[in-house]
Design a protein around this ligand. Sequence first.
Ligand SMILES: Nc1ncnc2c1ncn2[C@@H]1O[C@H](COP(=O)(O)OP(=O)(O)OP(=O)(O)O)[C@@H](O)[C@H]1O
Length: 251
Amino acid sequence: MFLRSVTLLRGAGTDFDRYPFAIPAIRSLDTLPFTAPVTFFVGENGSGKSTLLEAIAWQCGFNTAGGGRNHTHEVEASDAPLGPHIRLSWLPKVTSGFFLRAESFYHFASYLDRLASEDPSFNYGGYGGRSLHEQSHGESFLSLFLNRFGSRTRSLYLLDEPEAALSPARQLAFLRILHQHAASGRAQFIIATHSPILLGFPGAVIYSFDGGEIRKVGYEETEHYQITKGFLNRPELYLQELFRPEEGEED
Ligand SMILES: Nc1ncnc2c1ncn2[C@@H]1O[C@H](COP(=O)(O)OP(=O)(O)OP(=O)(O)O)[C@@H](O)[C@H]1O
């Protein structure tokens, strides 16, 4: 690991009644250690995973709309309000890496097309050799992972819901890529996800943002695992329970 921890700085400007400090998991954050090559952020929608990931990207100097340090496209770039209020501890400091958010991936692909049209020598090196728009969403995602994660320099990769575009089979392919690069010692990943498949990555540390604090949980403790397993074990029973009218409700 290169990024050892993130610390919330409390001082002037931290208004705990307003976003982003009003988010319970952020408000109670002190120092969060990173102890494995792969760390997952999990939690309910709106629990603050993207907010923290984006703040880390901001501190790294990565484009907060998605990209690395040299990607200056402004489309959808976020002002990452939490960014200036955290401190990152490194050993050693790395500057290489990438922030990927599924929702702005389209704009990132367009940005690469623009580079290609402005510079004939730009041949989509590192991106599979052709426009990401010419590949399906899932294919282009995987293409990016395959081509960018193999960097020879130590790199930090911040991924926000990478599973969004991936079929279950492609999520397994993604796990394989993750395994190869995490084992190389040159890559560290912090991944916000809702995928029970990705969360199964062996040796990963899982941080839950639920219940108003960030805490380490086991894979089988996550709601993602429990709900998916419960559903797949007995779908008919699960649905029966789910659709049962509440007391006082018309049948
Ligand atoms: N720019 C903003 N201004 C005000 N509130 C915001 C802003 N961005 C996010 N929020 C709120 O902060 C909370 C945390 O949002 P965040 O995107 O970090 O959640 P998340 O855990 O990543 O959710 P999801 O799993 O749905 O992606 C949410 O309640 C959201 O509505």
